[in-house]
Structures are given as structure tokens and as C-alpha cells.
Design a protein around this ligand. Structure first.
Ligand code: FMN
Length: 233
């Protein structure tokens, strides 16, 4: 299985999102997947101009000359795309949104009806179904923070979202490996991230047991908030 992991944090390899992503991908790797990770912060991706030239004048080709030229073939060839983004105002980061918008050349202009829904079909590899996984973290505790984000990806991937990993105490992620007590209490969580990666590759979904561990808050939200507020001082 070919996996394209896209990290949309402006903090890239040093961010909290990366902690979730790297453990998940380790599980994927152990299950035999071929993985490529892209850090959008290092890429030059212009905003979509909304000109629809990629549908009309130059079908499948964007007017912009930038790093999307090298990224689109990777998206096209991936069996699974892992979208890893911190939550910014209840949705993806700006760089992730630009990346998503610039995938427009991969679809064709016709609107087709599928059941009670409408979409633009794939331009290439029409017989292939690309699966997706969403990974996110945010500063506020509580799964409700991710409701809009998850809905976006469910609709966007047309039912092919095979895994959702969200973490609402993002501030602690970078300390998980540095602080012994945190490391201790997050052991099962980290293992579950790896299991999730392995399960997505081998089974095509995350089991309920693994999901339950991932969804459980690692530390008490009141303690988290107290520490988070104090850390700004
Ligand atoms: C512009 C901006 C918007 C944010 N919006 C939210 C938000 O809506 N809800 C939330 O809980 N955290 C929000 N956060 C906090 C980030 O999600 C959090 O710091 C996350 O851990 C960053 O991940 P990273 O280190 O991978 O970039 C926001 C942060 C920034 C900089």
C-alpha cells in the first residue's frame, strides 16, 4: 500500500501534529506500507485562483507553476492519503486548505449524481478508490472541537475516510517523550496510535478497541487547562 502523509502544520516536524502522525505512520510502516511524508510548510503552494482553467482551457493542468506540479502525481498514485493538520479556528490550517483546493485538476468538471449526493468524478484512475485518514490535534480539551473538521473530511472523501484520530490536549503532545510521568501515562495511547496505523493497512479500518484508547483523554481537563494557562506566564 502506498501512503502519502501530508502534514499541514506551520510548525512541521516540530509541531504537536507530528507526534500523532509519526506514531501512526510507524504502525503503517511495520505493516508493510510504503510511506512518503510531505511537510506543506516547506512547499510553495499558491492559492487556487478559481479560474477553472484546469477544467476548461488546459484540462488536468493548473495555471500556477509551483510545488503542486510535483505533488499532484503523488496524490494521484497514493492508495491512502493521511491528512494531518492542527485545528485552526475549528478547521484545517491555511496551508492545508490551499493544498486541498489545488487538488481540483484531479477531478473533472461534470457533476454526477451518486445516490442522493453529487460530485465531480476523478479525472484519472477512475476505477481506483483512494482511502483517507484524518489526524488532528487542538489546544482545547473535548472532542466537540473537531466536529466541523470531521464532517468536512467525511463529505470530501465520499465515505472513504477510514480513520479519524483527534486529540484535544495538543499542548502536551510535544512533552510526551520528554517528561517521564507524562510518558508513563501516555504509553497505551502511543501504542494505540501504532496499532491504528497497522490496522488501517492490514484491515482497512481502526478497531473499536484501539479507537477507544485513542479517544480517551490522557489527563484530567482541569489539570490540563491549569498547566496550559500557567505555561504562558
Ligand atoms: C491561528 C490558530 C488557530 C487555532 N485555532 C484553534 C481552535 O479553533 N481550537 C483549538 O482548540 N485550538 C486552536 N489552536 C491551537 C492549535 O490547534 C494547537 O496549538 C495545536 O497543538 C498546534 O499543532 P502543531 O504544533 O502541530 O502546529 C489554534 C492555533 C492557532 C495558531
Amino acid at each position: 500500500m502506498k501512503i502519502l502523509a501530508v502534514n499541514g502544520s506551520p510548525r512541521g516536524q516540530f509541531g504537536n501534529t507530528e507526534v500523532l502522525l509519526k506514531h501512526f505512520l510507524r504502525g503503517c510502516h511495520e505493516a508493510g506500507a510504503e510511506i512518503e511524508t510531505i511537510y506543506l510548510k516547506d512547499k510553495h503552494i499558491k492559492h487556487c485562483s478559481g479560474c477553472f482553467c484546469c477544467w476548461t482551457k488546459t484540462p488536468g493542468k493548473c495555471i500556477h507553476k509551483d510545488d503542486m506540479e510535483e505533488l499532484l502525481p503523488k496524490v494521484k498514485e497514493a492508495d491512502l492519503i493521511v491528512y494531518a493538520t492542527p485545528l485552526y479556528y475549528y478547521t484545517v490550517t491555511g496551508i492545508m486548505k490551499d493544498f486541498m483546493d489545488r487538488m481540483l485538476p484531479l477531478n473533472s468538471k461534470e457533476i454526477v449524481k451518486d445516490g442522493d449526493r453529487y460530485s465531480h468524478p476523478r479525472r484519472y484512475n477512475k476505477e481506483v478508490t483512494t482511502k483517507s485518514v484524518l489526524i488532528s490535534n487542538c489546544g482545547f480539551p473535548g472532542s466537540y472541537n473537531f466536529s466541523g473538521l470531521i464532517e468536512t473530511f467525511k463529505v470530501m472523501t465520499k465515505g472513504n475516510l477510514v480513520g479519524v484520530i483527534t486529540f484535544g490536549q495538543g499542548g502536551i503532545l510535544n512533552n510526551i517523550e520528554k517528561h517521564k510521568p507524562l510518558k508513563e501515562i501516555s504509553k497505551s495511547f502511543i501504542l494505540a496510535l501504532r496499532d491504528a496505523g497497522e490496522e488501517v493497512v492490514k484491515l482497512g479500518y481502526i478497531t473499536n478497541e484501539t479507537q477507544a484508547i485513542i479517544d480517551k483523554e490522557i489527563i484530567d481537563p482541569d489539570i490540563y487547562i491549569k498547566n496550559a494557562n500557567e505555561s504562558w506566564r
